[in-house]
Design a protein around this ligand. Structure first.
Ligand code: GLY
Ligand code: MN
Ligand code: MN
Length: 439
């Protein structure tokens, strides 16, 4: 993403911070997996959103109206000895030249420099509670400034949650963000197509996961946005199934929830299809119910509708189909009121989508569901999970677990399905799988 995009974001944030404010945004810590092994480093979303800087051991400080420069970046210095082990990093020169910092300082100078910056600032914008160690350090710096009051220095009096301002910004995607999210969704859509092509009875679930990861990385993604879910048969009824260790059996469905992360943005797609390439009549009937619910929900995504409209549409359609299938009995209005669908559909129809797969942003404003507005991105993911042994559920439905999930952008005219390239209609899926087998 162009560095001007990050500059625009910093400027907007500083415009929203009252004068006399100062924002402190630490990078995510390095996390250890085991022993000497670290997890692949993933920058903190807020930090990356404002800087585009992907290195650990960094802190961004925004000081609006500071004459010597408003954007300060503390980061690792060039150190030839360290670079032998850890590779190149931007260094102080790169922080200014490539990331637009007005000033860059060694991360080791944080304790010396930040207290001075805090002097005579009225407010600190900071996200408290994520990194207790850093919280402590910040309090220490503020106390140092307090200790200098006899020399006429004032210390900040107010601490304001930075997340609130930033999350309001992050909920509205800019044109560059939309382009990146389209790409993240296209990569995941291609991966789901690949999974349909390679699926065969007898494969292990993780072998399908391998095909997904291969397609992601081949397309330019460095990581899935979250651990892939590949659940065959009964495993499709476990919402957060990530073991992916089972065998895919002839006659079963497989539920795949997999999204790529691309340049810091997530996609989040679920598709469900028959392991052997052909839906049974019962599987197909449930699939069509979920698909109808998903389409009804997507139709509700237009500016001016509220956050819960898609969910309500999905519930209505799912309940109606559950009655038609004979799984629920009773009057539609009553069943909806009683949430009779809950044993089979126990999660919500979607969430905000962006840098985080469950992205930031409020769902309610003043206790009312939030209005949908152009630039917001969300998922639409109804499902039906007909778990074996559910009370009153006829055996012919057992272990049919289906979710269909797409990524949708609210546009001025209505919506754009970012993940439109992921096959979804029964005939399309069956045709892809049939042709892959014939090849
Ligand atoms: N993959 C997580 C979700 O669908 O919300
Ligand atoms: Mn998902
Ligand atoms: Mn989702």
């Amino acid at each position: 993403m162009d560095k001007r995009e990050f500059m625009r974001r910093r400027k907007r944030l500083m415009d929203m911070m009252n004068s006399g404010g100062m924002a402190i945004i630490p990078a995510a810590p390095i996390r250890h997996r085991n022993g000497d092994v670290e997890f692949p480093y993933r920058p903190d979303s807020n930090f990356f959103y404002l800087t585009g800087f992907a290195e650990p051991q960094a802190v961004a400080v925004l000081v609006p109206d500071r004459p010597q420069g408003e954007f300060l970046l503390f980061c690792r210095e060039h150190d030839p000895a360290l670079e032998v082990w850890h590779g190149r990093h931007a260094g102080l020169e790169g922080a200014c030249a490539d990331y637009g910092a007005d000033d860059a300082f060694p991360i080791s100078d944080l304790d010396d420099i930040v207290p001075g910056l805090l002097e005579n600032r009225a407010r600190v914008y900071y996200t408290m509670g994520f990194d207790p160690e850093f919280d402590q350090r910040l309090m220490g710096w503020v106390n140092q400034v307090r200790g200098r009051y006899r020399s006429g220095v004032t210390a900040p009096q107010e601490f304001i949650s930075l997340s609130h301002l930033l999350h309001e910004m992050r909920i509205f995607k800019s044109p560059p963000e939309i382009r990146v999210m389209r790409k993240a969704a296209a990569l995941a859509a291609a991966a789901h197509s690949r999974a349909m092509e390679v699926c065969r009875p007898g494969l292990k679930e993780y072998q399908i996961e391998a095909a997904l990861l291969h397609a992601f990385m081949e397309g330019g993604s460095r990581s899935p946005a979250y651990p892939c879910i590949v659940g065959g048969g009964a495993n499709g009824c476990i919402l957060h199934y990530t073991e992916n260790s089972g065998t895919l059996n002839d006659g079963d469905l497989v539920l795949i929830d997999a999204g790529a992360e691309y340049q810091g943005y997530a996609s989040d797609i679920t598709r469900t299809f028959p392991v052997n390439g052909r839906f049974t009549p019962n599987q197909r009937a449930v699939y069509e119910a979920v698909l109808a619910a998903q389409q009804a929900a997507i139709q509700k995504i237009v500016p001016g509708n509220h956050w819960n409209d898609p969910h309500e549409a999905a519930i209505r359609t799912l309940t109606k189909h559950l009655v038609d299938l004979g799984i629920l009995k009773g009057r539609l209005a009553r069943l909806i009121k009683d949430a009779a669908y809950k044993p089979f559909f126990m999660h919500r129809t979607g969430h905000w989508l962006g840098m985080d797969v469950h992205d930031v942003g409020d769902y309610k404003v003043g206790n009312e569901w939030r209005m949908l507005e152009p630039g917001m991105a969300l998922t639409v993911e109804p499902g039906l999970y007909l778990k074996a042994g559910t009370k009153g559920l006829a055996k012919r439905w057992w272990n049919i677990g289906i979710r269909i999930e797409d990524d949708v952008l609210v546009t001025p005219e209505g919506h754009e399905v970012l993940s439109v390239a992921a096959p979804k209609a029964v005939a399309e899926i069956e045709s892809i799988m049939l042709h892959a087998r014939a090849a």
